[in-house]
Design a protein around this ligand. Structure first.
Ligand SMILES: [Zn+2]
Length: 340
């Protein structure tokens, strides 16, 4: 099969890879209908995370089940399925509490690499959710978005305790931040402040339900949110970047007693204890347990109540994955969808 391999920073090639096989009795093999490049793929692509030799890339996936291991009971060949970036059994005590990305038996799908024609998905019955029917092609981008960016934005909103009628601020205008706006809107937020300085992203944020745009960052961004909220700060803040500046911007944009949901993968973030102590902020976040939300998100997408696939503003054949990475790296694209 063909698949994307990262050889060194900024060196992604689509090459011949070995076809995946069933390794454990709980595995399935899927044929990818679509896959995509994640903002987090840019950390190794840019060399900020070390690249230890040729690495298969990709952890977002939606596709058709081709083959099932002998212990797979619920997932059947021919079904269209979506799963998250960690395989999980969905039965252990941590999964049952809704934290499937910390499953006691979790397995990273990134190590398998789904920017490919086929992928082996472990713990299939726990990991995968099937759509009621094979969806029409125009729903595929939105279903793929549920695999990570939508589920992550949604968790950000839930972790930030978004409540009907309340004010939400979103730090970060990548695909996750934009879909956090969509999630906050679905959860009934009264006012949604999107922090973005890029015109096409502002436009999409407004279409997803943002009511206000703040273009300033850092302390100026915090001041702008305070000004929009009578000096108090937002009830809920979603952090979708993962840098020191974005995390502090999020915490300082929350009112005393407010909630910060942080879903940007933290890179060299250090929190000042004394400031946290006096902030009265609730902090909750981490790798989104997307599996918790998948059934609900798939229902909303299949009912055409939400259209998260609009974050894909570039679609390329899998063989042009390198250009997909470049376009995201240079911020020419919000998110690249790859068609195997
Ligand atoms: Zn588990």
């Amino acid at each position: 099969m063909r698949g994307a391999i990262l050889h060194a920073p900024r060196d992604v090639r689509v090459e011949q890879r070995e076809d995946p096989k069933i390794e454990q009795a709980t595995d399935v093999i899927i044929r990818l209908a679509a896959t995509c490049v994640c903002g987090s793929d840019l950390w190794p692509y840019r060399g900020i995370e070390p690249v230890g030799g040729p690495a298969p890339m990709g952890h977002e996936y939606a596709g058709i089940v081709e083959e099932t291991g002998r212990d797979v009971r619920d997932i059947k060949p021919g079904q269209f399925v979506i799963g998250s970036f960690f395989a999980s059994d969905n039965t252990c005590e941590i999964c049952q509490a809704g934290y499937q990305t910390s499953c006691l038996h979790r397995q990273p799908v990134g190590a398998i690499g789904t920017q490919a024609e086929y992928a082996r998905i472990p713990l299939a019955d726990g990991t995968l959710v099937a759509t009621p029917d094979v969806p029409s092609d125009d729903l595929v981008p939105s279903l793929l978005a549920a695999s990570d960016v939508l589920g992550t934005g949604w968790f950000g909103a839930v972790a930030a305790d978004v409540q009907p009628g309340k004010t939400v601020a979103v730090v970060g205008d990548g695909a996750v931040g934009l879909l956090a706006v969509l999630a906050a809107n679905q959860l009934g937020a009264g006012r949604i402040i999107a922090m973005s300085r890029h015109e096409p992203r502002q436009k999409l944020a407004l279409e997803f339900g943002a009511t206000d745009i703040v273009t300033e960052r850092g302390d100026a961004g915090v001041a702008a949110v305070k000004e929009l909220t009578g000096g108090l700060g937002a009830h809920s803040v979603i952090e979708a970047v993962g840098t020191q500046e974005s995390m502090m911007q999020a915490i300082r944009s929350a009112r005393p007693g407010g909630h910060v949901g942080y879903v940007g993968v933290a890179h060299d973030v250090e929190l000042p204890g004394q400031e946290l102590f006096f902030s009265h902020a609730h902090l909750h976040g981490g790798p989104a347990p997307v599996r918790r939300f998948l059934p609900e998100l798939i229902d909303l997408i299949c009912a055409r109540a939400i259209d998260p696939g609009r974050v894909f503003d570039l679609t390329l054949p899998l063989d042009q994955a390198a250009e997909g990475y470049r376009a995201m790296d240079e911020r020419r694209a919000i998110k690249t969808l790859l068609r195997p």
